[in-house]
Design a protein around this ligand. Structure first.
Ligand code: PEP
Ligand code: MG
Length: 324
């Protein structure tokens, strides 16, 4: 099997009818890039920048961040690299920020909420990213966006820093894409309104599932409710993809679900444009996608979205994909 996968390393990801989708990888550090390229990744769909901030006792400097972002961009060449701005808080703590304990950290002060308030921290990261933008194909996305105001504020700060850097004499890439993660149900529900203002969506199912099902992603006692194939999740995902396409934008997914064997045929049928997963899942996913017909999967869309349970969805997908 490994040999079969290896043959596809430099092949495009196409369905049985030749439709292309992008298979990208999730990374945490510049050292992860080698694995992405070795596994035939067509891009980085999620660069989790938290690791730059973790495991140390102070914030990373602008130069440290610039070096890390530049390294990833240079290694990837002209392949797209989606960098997610700082997503700290929730399950990821930073001792040196001395944040107060919260009753519900996952519903609390984290990610973009923290960045918009501590814009001193946020601006340093944005400066480093803007300066690194000339070294490759950068796209920036903001995590945990709940409202349109948050997205507008974050983008305004990015533009302020861009202007400042230009007046300081730095060279910045002209017009890289700025998007957001869809991981809070509120944004999936009114994705149409967001789609007018973002350049792309990346669906973060790890959080989207926990918030939609009200089931803590770390709590084993409620893990039975953590259902990627629940029709509620599929309907939200579909809403996001349709909203993006209606505005001529693209929609990707960077949660675990994007690399899942049962989910892939469904997502293909819903029209997902980019699948971002752990590097080692890329070749198996490419192998699977080559056996699937996007047209067939799309023809099941209505049926899948109107199902009542996750179990029904799984049974249906297994039955439809076995014969292919
Ligand atoms: C997600 O929520 O799906 C996601 C990709 O982000 P993280 O797992 O880092 O929260
Ligand atoms: Mg998340």
């Amino acid at each position: 099997k490994k040999q079969e996968w290896a043959k596809l390393k430099d092949e495009p990801t196409v369905t049985s009818e030749g439709d292309h989708v992008e298979l990208a990888a999730n990374i945490g550090t510049p050292e992860d890039v080698a694995g992405v390229l070795n596994n035939g990744g067509e891009g980085v769909g999620l660069y989790r920048t938290e690791f730059l901030y973790m495991g140390k006792n102070q914030l990373p400097t602008e130069e440290e961040q610039y070096d890390a972002y530049s390294s990833v961009l240079k290694q990837m060449g002209d392949k797209p690299v989606v960098v997610r701005t700082l997503d700290i808080g929730g399950d990821k703590e930073l001792d040196y920020l001395d944040l107060p304990d919260e009753m519900n950290p996952f519903l609390g002060y984290r990610a973009i909420r923290l960045c918009l308030e501590r814009d001193d921290i946020f601006r340093v990261q944005l400066r480093a990213l803007l300066r690194a933008s000339i070294h490759g194909n950068l796209k920036i996305m903001f995590p945990m966006i709940a409202t349109l105001e948050e997205f507008r504020q974050a983008k305004a700060i990015l533009n302020e820093e861009r202007e400042k850097l230009i007046s300081e004499g730095y060279e910045i890439a002209g017009d890289f894409e700025v998007g957001m993660m869809v991981e809070i149900p509120a944004t999936a529900v009114i994705a149409r309104q967001f789609a007018k203002e973002v350049d792309f969506f990346s669906i973060g199912t790890n959080d989207l599932i926990q918030y939609t099902m009200a089931a803590d992603r770390m709590n084993e006692r409620v893990s039975y409710l953590y259902q990627p194939y629940n029709p509620a999740i599929l309907n939200l995902v579909n809403n996001v993809i349709e909203a993006a396409h209606a505005e001529g934008k693209w929609a990707g997914m960077c949660g675990e679900m994007a690399g899942d064997e049962i989910a892939i045929p469904i997502l293909l049928g819903l029209g997902l444009d980019e699948f971002s997963m752990s590097a080692t899942s890329i070749l198996p996913a490419r192998t699977q996608i080559r056996t699937l017909s996007k047209k067939d999967m799309a023809s099941y869309k209505k049926q899948l979205l109107s199902m009542g349970t996750a179990e029904e969805v799984v049974e249906f997908v297994k039955e439809k994909t076995q014969s292919q």
